[in-house]
Design a protein around this ligand. Structure first.
Ligand code: HEC
Ligand code: HEC
Length: 258
């Protein structure tokens, strides 16, 4: 339970930080009475998003676990009632408009924070870019490794070129896995009686994006915590890289060579 405790502590500290920022803002605006931005020029709503868990699941310009915030703006900006509709969605949680993945509720946000964060989302320019996912897929570089006479092709680098030393990302993934995931998923991603062997999940076709969805949303009723607000997607990506390197037997048990 040590890990879960540590996690709660981090959340509490974050919440305090958000509260502190809101107070500073309130004083600042009373004195200066200018626009809804902090001294650094950052919209207050963006601060709320950064202090909460929003950026674990959302990016401004591309889909992560939830829709891109620019796409949300494109769908709702200028529509009557959008502000209160979206405040309700963020406060109480929502599912079905963008797919089958649910957004969790945010009871900890004050009405003012909800108002600010939604106003910020609605202020974002709708994305006119072509969907980035397809472009990224076609240009993704592949790395080929030979394991026991078979070639494995991966879309990320396992080793530093020309060495047997793992990449910084794989090494960080090893550290994160053995700090936060090992208790249920087994040390060095070996699986356990408590939770699935994630090497098998990868071999069965789980992508990094899918692992991010599951890790951020969690499955509380089944004992899988939600990591939203604790991790952001790049960290889950590193965990994925390590687990995949383990799954394809490129990296053994124990501390990888760095
Ligand atoms: C665990 C992942 C997760 C977190 C954390 C999260 N969201 Fe979401 N969000 C989603 C998903 C998934 C959807 C799509 C829900 C749907 O299909 O109706 C969504 C949808 C939305 C929408 C559109 C709602 C609608 O009715 O179309 C807004 C606005 C939004 N999120 C803002 C936020 C804000 C602000 C935060 C932080 C306070 C946040 N989200 C945190 C996953 C998340
Ligand atoms: C407290 C125990 C616990 C911890 C810690 C934990 N998990 Fe889980 N995880 C579970 C359980 C239990 C399941 C199975 C849930 C189910 O049956 O839906 C699961 C399922 C998953 C799945 C889906 C596997 C599949 O094939 O469907 C992924 C991905 C996952 N966890 C990733 C992670 C990552 C990444 C971490 C560390 C950041 C982590 N988990 C930490 C308990 C845990």
């Amino acid at each position: 339970m040590g890990q879960l405790h540590a996690r709660r502590t981090v959340r509490r500290v974050r919440r305090v930080a958000v509260f502190g920022a809101a107070v500073v803002f309130a004083i600042g605006s009373a004195v200066a009475a200018t626009t809804a931005s902090t001294p650094a020029g950052q919209p207050a709503g963006q601060k709320v998003a950064e202090g909460s868990d929003c950026l674990s699941c959302h990016a401004v310009d591309h889909k992560v676990v939830g829709p891109s915030l620019a796409a949300v703006a494109g769908r709702f900006a200028g529509k009557p009632g959008a502000q209160s509709l979206l405040m309700n969605a963020v406060k109480n949680g929502h599912v079905g408009t963008w797919g089958q993945i649910p957004m969790p509720p945010h009871p900890q946000l004050s009405p003012k924070q909800l108002q600010q964060v939604v106003a910020w989302v609605l202020s974002l320019a709708p994305s006119s870019k072509a969907p980035a996912a397809g472009a990224a897929a076609t240009t993704a570089k592949l790395y080929h490794y030979v394991v026991n006479g078979k070639t494995v092709s991966l879309n990320f680098q396992v080793f530093q070129p020309g060495t047997h030393k793992v990449s910084a990302d794989v090494f960080r993934g090893f550290e994160l896995f053995n700090s936060y995931c090992f208790r249920c998923h087994g040390t060095d991603a070996t699986g356990s009686e408590y939770a699935p062997d994630l090497r098998k999940s990868v071999l069965n076709g789980m992508s990094a994006a899918r692992m991010t969805d599951i890790a951020m949303v969690g499955a509380k009723a089944k004992g899988m915590p939600s990591w939203a607000g604790f991790f952001e997607p790049p960290q889950i990506r590193k965990i994925y890289d390590y687990v995949a390197a383990r799954a394809y037997k490129l990296v053994g048990q124990g501390t990888p060579q760095q």
